[in-house]
Design a protein around this ligand. Structure first.
Ligand code: HEC
Length: 149
């Protein structure tokens, strides 16, 4: 049983490395889409709230793959790095493998907000992992709690 869960992951790693996982599925037209949602503090708060409501249960509080339901076996923050915003948007819209489509549950705008939030989670993780020499460690909460204004 353990092997069954691990085999596809190992296979994907052998084939392409984690960075390319699933990239082949995204049409070029989607990959080149321009993100219409600005990365403002207000939008960031809305994206964080959407993540809590729609993504956290599977992807974990910060995207590390430690959600309780339909556990995802990789860190979303790493996986999205080589992907364009359009590709991530497309995957959220259509679903990928065991991940359901969010075309019905989220509006276009909300899906772009979610893309931005994933980027923010990746940035937070990088900042926490590699603080600039001499710089104070960021005090931001690791789980990206939405800020109420
Ligand atoms: C029901 C559980 C579930 C929910 C809810 C869910 N996901 Fe996923 N997601 C998954 C699983 C499982 C995968 C891995 C798919 C695979 O490879 O089979 C995945 C993969 C992804 C990927 C693609 C990674 C790749 O392969 O390139 C992105 C991006 C993503 N999720 C973002 C989100 C966002 C954003 C939300 C919330 C709007 C969300 N997910 C909600 C389960 C979920």
């Amino acid at each position: 049983m353990k092997l069954e869960r691990l085999a596809p992951v190992t296979f994907a790693l052998l084939l392409a490395g984690p960075a390319q996982a699933g990239e082949w599925m995204v049409p070029n037209t989607a990959r080149d889409l321009k993100n219409p949602v600005a990365d403002t503090p207000q939008n960031a708060a809305r994206g964080a709230k959407l993540y809590v409501d729609h993504c956290r249960r599977c992807h974990g509080p910060a995207g590390a793959g430690d959600g309780g339901e339909a556990r995802v076996e990789y860190d979303l923050r790493e996986l999205i790095k080589p992907l364009t915003d359009g590709a991530v948007y497309w995957k959220i819209t259509h679903g990928v493998g065991r991940m359901p489509s969010h075309a019905g549950s989220l509006t276009d705008h909300e899906r772009w907000l979610s893309v931005n939030h994933l980027r923010a989670l990746a940035r937070e993780r990088d900042a926490a992992a590699k603080p600039a020499p001499g710089a104070p460690r960021r005090g931001a909460p690791a789980q990206g709690q939405p800020k109420k204004d």
